[in-house]
Every structure is written in C-alpha cells, then in structure tokens.
Design a protein around this ligand. Structure first.
Ligand code: ADP
Ligand code: 5GP
Length: 208
C-alpha cells in the first residue's frame, strides 16, 4: 500500500470508437497525479511511433493464447480482428502499490471487469449524437472506409451498454466532458471508505 494507506482504484473507460475516449483518457492521465494507464497486451502490429511496453505489450497470437490458457487476463476481447487483454498480475501489483489505474478498453472488456475479482469504477463515454461520431471518426483519418463502417456499425450496441456502467459522460464540448471525468476521479478518491488512513491520522491529533 502507498503512503495514502489505501489500495489503488481501478477506473475503466469505454466508448464507441471515435467518441473521443483516448483524447480524454490521455489528458486525464497526463494531468492527474498517481493515475497511470494500464498497458494492455495486444496481437495487433505496432503503429508508427508505438513503443513495446509503453503503448502496449505487443505479442503474437500464440503468446496471447498461452496467456488465456493460464488465466493471466483480468479481461480480454477480440476487437476489430485483433486481440486485446489486461494482465491480471500487473493490475494487482499496481493497485497494491497504491496507484490508481485507468483501463482504456472496449465494452466487452468492461463487462468482464465488472464480473471479475477486482472492484472497478466504470465510465461510459458517448458522443452527443451519431452524426458527430461519424464526423469525428472519419475526421481522424486512421481507418479506411470499410473499417470505418464496421466501427460505426457496432456503435449502437456498444452505446446500449451504458446502463451497466457507473457513470456516463457525454463528449460534446471537450472541456465539459473532461471536467466531468476529473470530477468522477476526484469524487471516487474522496469516498470515506478510501480515506480511513487519513481520517485516523487527523482524529489521533484530537484529545480523547
Ligand atoms: P476514440 O479513442 O474514442 O476512438 P479519439 O480520442 O481518437 O476517439 O477521438 C476521435 C476524433 O475526435 C479525434 O480526431 C479527436 O481529436 C476528436 N475529438 C475528440 N473529442 C472531441 C470533442 N469533444 N469535440 C471535437 N472533436 C473531438
Ligand atoms: P487500438 O488498436 O486503436 O489501440 O484499440 C482498439 C480498441 O481496443 C479501443 O477501443 C481500445 O479501448 C480497445 N482496447 C485496448 N486495450 C484493450 C484491452 O486490454 N482490453 C480490451 N477489451 N480492449 C482494449
């Protein structure tokens, strides 16, 4: 456990592709002390500039399969032809050390985390409407037309899952969405049950 005297909090953020989840999550991790990204395992090839062990742990299909077999994943899923998963051991180690972790994972993965052994705070991000999602995804220019259609084709089912999440943030105006996300992290950190060490230290200074 950390100096804060509590275990880290596991945050999960999911959204239909193109919503702006990565934009929000990156900024949140950059600007929030003691909040780190969890580094997932994936079978997809590194994109230009992606460093192994930093963006992802890049592994081949056999290595991924072996991890599934030895139950090394907190969750894993097939996402757009590749496999992605969160290692359970590294997750536990980070949380035990007291740092908070952010999992940027798809909706299927979030579902597994909810049903898994580690309590998590889950956030769904939605765009204000479908045309905005379409515009953002095509504006990003990272997918060809077929991939774009596939991602958009899954968006409604993914969005329907919002009800299973703890929080819903609508990413219309970026600043508003970002401050709501920050508020969620701040509020979760101030839950009395997580502040026991701090409370005890304060109370011990009071005369009995
Ligand atoms: P995701 O990770 O959800 O797939 P990205 O973070 O890559 O989405 O965002 C998709 C595109 O939309 C990017 O080009 C990003 O700059 C843009 N974007 C994100 N949030 C907003 C916003 N609130 N308003 C306008 N554009 C946004
Ligand atoms: P990308 O290939 O663009 O980095 O990621 C594609 C999608 O996979 C994103 O929606 C991302 O959130 C999701 N993803 C990344 N890592 C994981 C993971 O460990 N588990 C799951 N279930 N999804 C992941």
């Amino acid at each position: 456990m950390s100096m804060r005297g509590r275990e880290g909090i596991l945050f999960v953020i999911s959204a239909p592709s193109g919503t702006g989840k990565s934009t929000l999550a990156r900024r949140l991790v950059d600007e929030t002390p003691e909040l780190e990204f969890s580094v997932s395992f994936t079978t997809r090839a590194p994109r230009e500039g992606e460093v192994d062990g930093s963006a992802y742990h890049f592994v081949d299909a056999a290595a991924f399969e072996a991890m599934i077999a030895r139950e090394a994943f907190l969750e894993w899923a097939n996402v757009f032809d590749n496999r992605y998963g969160t290692g359970i051991e590294t997750t536990r180690e980070s949380l035990d050390a007291g740092g908070d972790l952010l999992l940027d994972i798809d909706v299927q993965g979030a579902r597994q985390v909810r049903g898994g052994p580690i309590p998590a705070t889950t956030v769904m991000v939605l765009p204000p409407d479908f045309p905005t999602l379409e515009r953002r995804l095509s504006g990003r220019g990272s997918e060809d037309e077929a991939q774009l259609r596939r991602r958009l084709g899954r968006a409604r089912d993914e969005a329907e899952d919002y009800d299973n999440f703890d929080y819903l943030v609508v990413n219309d105006d970026l600043e508003t969405a970002y401050s709501e996300l920050q508020a969620i992290v701040r509020a979760e950190r101030r839950r009395a049950i997580r502040c026991r060490g701090e409370a005890r230290r304060i109370i011990e200074t009071f005369p009995a």
